[in-house]
Design a protein around this ligand. Structure first.
Ligand code: SOE
Length: 383
């Protein structure tokens, strides 16, 4: 990127945990990637001006506001980033799309499949670029896994084993939040964590879901809500489902936020005809690989340390052997999105994934699994 590169002025709506991860990416991307646009963190939009201004100062945005309409009306804002709780994704993104802004949105894309479809459809109509922050596609190790699987290193995929285990809601005394209220989040661990697993396994294998069979459990039915009050929990603490893929592969998925000791254990294992690949977020730079190399007496899982020049993204940071972290996956995600923006008109070969069509695909699986858990039946994935 040269000093005269055009700018990409960013408005970020929301500034909590995901706002901090996105904000860091907006500031870092141009420092480590040669991008066609200079990303400029312009404004943070929040409900409370004081807190938004404090976040703007910390995250390096030029200013803060509570007036989203004014931001959307500003021709000098090019990209709107939605980093808010799930129930506001649709309305904010649709308003930004109507204003012809490029839009990046946190996962899950929406509260329902219908909302997700409306967002994807409007994005196409407005001919703007959109992205969904499924950041785990872009760890060096997961990007390498996708490359290896898609070039045939493990043969045709037969089985997917995916778990995303956390424990921040294992304690019944852990407080209620928007993440435990269906009105604000749609579902609990399912939409929060299975969404990541669905997207990541789609990205790694290229498989599409055919039907699912799910079950869910809420272990803690009410939680402290401050000032001695209690709030009802009407979403899952844990959600498991079986999956049949088009072409005959099968899968198992498990998401929970009540597994003591599991802090952020996002672990995916893909078995093919002739090999297996396993990735665990808690050891995010490592990829466990079993292929039929080495003859019968030399076989075994090997650990690939994905932090060297041949590995995706790794060379943008440090010399071989230096590791990267969780926050780097967001920087990689944004860098690839800006590269896609720089390719001009939307067309084949310039598409960024995951976009809102991928969001629709994830939402369709989430919703089918919820229907299945409610009815106790296998459910086909809606088109
Ligand atoms: C909470 O479960 C959470 O912050 C998720 O919402 C994120 O998507 C995940 O990356 C980490 O855990």
């Amino acid at each position: 990127m040269s000093a005269k590169s055009p700018v990409l002025n960013v408005a970020m709506v929301g500034h909590a945990f995901m706002g901090r991860a996105h904000g860091n990416a907006f500031r870092q991307a141009n420092h480590f990637f040669d991008l066609p646009l200079q990303v400029v963190p312009k404004v943070i939009v929040g409900r409370d001006l004081g807190r938004a201004a404090e976040a703007a100062g910390k995250l390096g945005f030029e200013h803060a506001t509570t007036d989203l309409d004014a931001v959307l009306a500003d021709p000098d804002i090019h990209l709107v980033d939605v980093a808010t709780p799930n129930d506001s994704h649709h309305d904010i993104a649709m308003a930004a799309l109507r204003a012809k802004k490029h839009v990046m949105c946190e996962k899950p894309l929406a509260m329902t499949l219908a909302q997700a479809k409306a967002m994807a459809s409007l994005a196409k109509k407005q001919k703007v670029r959109v992205a969904l922050w499924h950041n785990y596609r872009r760890a060096p190790a997961t990007a390498l896994a996708a490359r290896m699987i898609q070039r045939g290193d493990i043969g045709a995929v037969r089985q997917v084993r995916a778990v995303y285990l956390q424990d921040w809601l294992a304690d019944p005394k852990a407080g209620a939040s928007w993440r435990t209220s269906k009105k604000h989040c749609g579902s609990g661990a399912h939409g929060d964590l299975n969404a990541h697993l669905i997207d990541l396994t789609r990205a790694l294998t290229g498989l599409e879901f055919e039907s699912v069979c799910g079950m869910q459990q809420t272990f803690t039915k009410t939680r402290p809500a401050g000032r001695g009050k209690k709030a009802k929990v009407d979403v899952d603490d844990a959600f498991c489902f079986l999956a049949k893929f088009k072409g005959g592969a099968i899968g198992t998925y498990e998401a929970t936020r009540a597994a003591p000791g599991r802090k952020n254990y996002n672990c995916v294992e893909i078995s093919g005809e002739k090999g297996t690949i396993r990735w665990n977020l808690e050891r995010m730079n490592e990829l466990e690989v079993f292929t039929d190399a080495g003859g019968k007496d030399g076989q075994g899982f090997r650990t690939v340390m994905c932090m060297d020049t041949p590995h995706p993204y790794a060379a943008n940071w440090w010399p071989d052997g230096h590791i990267v972290g969780y926050e780097h996956t967001f920087v990689h995600h944004l860098a690839d999105f800006v590269l896609s923006l720089g390719k001009g008109a939307i067309g084949k070969g310039t598409r960024f994934a995951p976009d809102f069509d991928d969001g629709v695909a994830v939402q369709a699986v989430l919703e089918a699994a919820l229907r299945s858990a409610e009815r106790g039946t296998w459910e086909k994935i809606a088109k």
